[in-house]
Ligand binder design. Structure first.
Ligand code: ADP
Length: 578
């Protein structure tokens, strides 16, 4: 079987390879109130496996090239390997571009029949990886960048990101194609119009590959839910498939028989799919239309620039439409979450009244209790000689009474929404103090603590006591999880990094992770899986952090358990520093 005769089969094969890559990629987890956070899934396959998946998929896809006699370069109607490369480098980082260089050499040697000399190969081997590495850097995932304002699941759900993808895609396709065509300009036997045709077909082909394959791979977090939805609504899918086939048939008829080079028939199913199924399905539809049309128009090579441009329009419109629909859905989710948050706030306010009344009632007797205990200490002093434990016991009783009074006051302030006392705080001090409270339990259960906090982190602007409460609670939960997990690996990692004008503090553990039953309500009050738990720790921690301009997010940890990320703004002076 000559690979180029069966583009559909080859794309399917390559997609299977590509899906393997995504096992390691950043999937996205939904947390408490619908927010999405980036996480790296556990069980990362070894790099050689990922690399082979990518390189094999690249070579297979490169075999699709319809080499034209115009230039020695493989000029294809579309270059899906360009899209695969971009997605790969976005997921795994531009530094992996050396794998692209290997793929380019292998593809040239195995499939495209290129007869370029070693010197001539230098251009593609440096330009393709270099260009796509730069593009991937421009499109790199920035924590929170697309999930910050709306609860979006994948980068491609945001229309801003789609615009960026189109812009960067145009740039890299132009750069790579110009670079690859340029060496031939010097050769006098290449006619100028052939050069131009080669250049334009190459860059549009690259861009088409980017706009069809990259979004489909970047929409990977939706694949599973899209398949589940398809399984639920089979009839609608069947109806859509029929409409797609009819549209393709109409299109081919218009092109071949009527010689009417239009793409309108493909738009109706696209709009339907974008509205009903979202970004992943729309990207898939664009891919299918592209393959269908190119197969139908085989042999029309010299006129390929026309279909290429039309497919480009279809891909760009489809993506933008689907991402706008995704954004709309996300903002609806956010509105619903707001409603729920409001209801929760009302409950909190009621609790606040209750706490305030109790504090008021209990404060006086407790204050009296403290002063009686102090008097008892003085009265007991002459008796201390007989039994020294008496004074110590009275002292402990007084301390506990004072602590009770503090807790009650803290609870009242919290429920009544007392403003946080913002101060400039050093994170190292907070974690050191929270850790000292857990030393005994860590030792008792043989839990290893990795504290990677480096001195020199910028100071934070936050309420010191409240942040201590949060970190204390996260460590307690991590310890509970590790101990309950009962596994041989007992680890807690604590670290911090600077992210823009914020600092991210992470506490992660090797426990069994957040139970799937409560993931969706993790940050809601009174949600707990512990027999003696109140289920208030995370709810209160998040409220406290948000009232200080920060946040608390949950992710999956590479240690196997949960990872909680505290985000807090840096102190104003530190923000000015680089
Ligand atoms: P509580 O600890 O009283 O249950 P929290 O609000 O602190 O209340 O935690 C709520 C629930 O979230 C816990 O019962 C537990 O199921 C889950 N949870 C919190 N932290 C972790 C963690 N590090 N690993 C696994 N599950 C966790």
């Amino acid at each position: 079987m000559r690979s180029r005769d069966y583009p559909g089969v080859q794309v399917a094969l390559s997609m299977m390879f590509a899906k393997g890559l995504l096992r390691r990629g950043y999937g996205l987890a939904r947390t408490g109130d619908g927010e999405s956070v980036q996480h790296r899934a556990p069980g990362i396959p070894a790099l050689w496996l990922v690399a082979s998946f990518y390189v094999i998929a690249y070579v297979l896809l490169d075999g699709l090239d319809d080499i034209q006699p115009v230039l020695k370069l493989g000029i294809a109607p579309w270059n899906p390997q360009a899209g695969l490369t971009l997605a790969f480098l976005i997921y795994y980082g531009p530094a992996r571009a050396w794998l692209t260089a290997i793929a380019v050499v292998l593809a040239a040697a195995l499939t495209s029949g290129t007869t370029l000399s070693w010197g001539g190969m230098l251009v593609p081997v440096t330009l393709i990886p270099g260009g796509y590495a730069a593009a991937a850097w421009l499109l790199r995932p920035q924590p929170g960048s697309w999930t910050h304002r709306l609860p979006l699941d994948a980068p491609i759900d945001s229309s801003r990101y789609v615009f960026r993808l189109i812009g960067v895609g145009v740039g890299v396709a132009l750069l790579v194609s110009a670079g690859l065509t340029w060496p031939f300009e010097a050769a006098p036997h290449w006619p100028a119009d052939a050069m131009l045709q080669g250049f334009s077909q190459r860059w549009i082909g690259d861009l088409n590959g980017v706009l069809t394959v990259t979004p489909l791979l970047l929409a990977a977090p939706h694949w599973r839910s899209a398949l589940a939805a398809i399984a639920r609504r089979r009839r609608e899918v069947l109806a859509q498939a029929l409409v797609v086939v009819a549209a393709l048939a109409l299109l081919v008829w218009l092109w071949m028989d009527v010689k009417l080079r239009v793409l309108y028939p493909m738009f109706a199913p696209m709009v339907w799919i974008a509205f009903r199924w979202g970004v992943a399905a729309t990207a898939f539809y664009t891919l299918v239309s592209e393959i269908g049309l190119l197969m139908a128009l085989r042999g029309e090579a010299p006129t390929l620039a026309g279909p290429q441009l039309l497919l480009l329009t279809l891909a760009a419109t489809g993506l933008l439409l689907a991402s706008v629909v995704a954004e709309r859905r996300a903002s609806e989710v956010r509105l619903r979450e707001r409603d729920k948050a409001l209801a929760r706030a009302m409950r909190f306010a009621a609790l606040g009244e209750f706490a305030s009344a109790i504090t008021h009632e209990l404060n006086q007797p407790i204050t009296a209790l403290v002063s009686y205990l102090r008097s008892a200490q003085i009265l007991a002093e002459p008796l201390a000689g007989r039994d020294p434990r008496l004074l110590g016991t009275l002292n402990k009783a007084a301390q506990e009474a004072i602590r009770t009074s503090d807790i009650l006051r803290g609870l009242r302030d919290f429920y009544q929404g007392a403003p946080p006392q913002l101060a400039v705080v050093r994170l190292e001090d907070i974690t050191a103090s929270a850790l000292s409270g857990h030393e005994e339990r860590l030792r008792q259960h043989g839990v290893r603590l990795h504290d990677t906090l480096r001195p020199g982190l910028p100071p934070l602007s936050c309420d010191r006591t409240q942040l201590e409460m949060v970190v204390h609670n996260l460590l307690t939960n991590a310890l509970d999880a590790v101990v309950a997990g009962g596994g041989a690996r007992r680890e807690i990692h604590i670290g911090a990094v600077r992210a823009g004008s914020d600092v991210l503090l992470t506490v992660e553990d090797s426990g069994q992770g957040v139970s799937s039953e409560i993931t969706a309500q993790l940050f809601n009050p009174f949600v707990t899986t512990k027999a003696d738990g109140m289920g208030l720790g995370l709810a209160i921690s998040r409220s406290l952090l948000r009232s200080q301009g920060g946040d608390l997010l949950a992710e999956r940890s590479m240690l196997g358990g949960a990872r909680f990320v505290v985000r807090l703004p840096m102190a104003a002076a530190a923000q000015l520093a680089p």
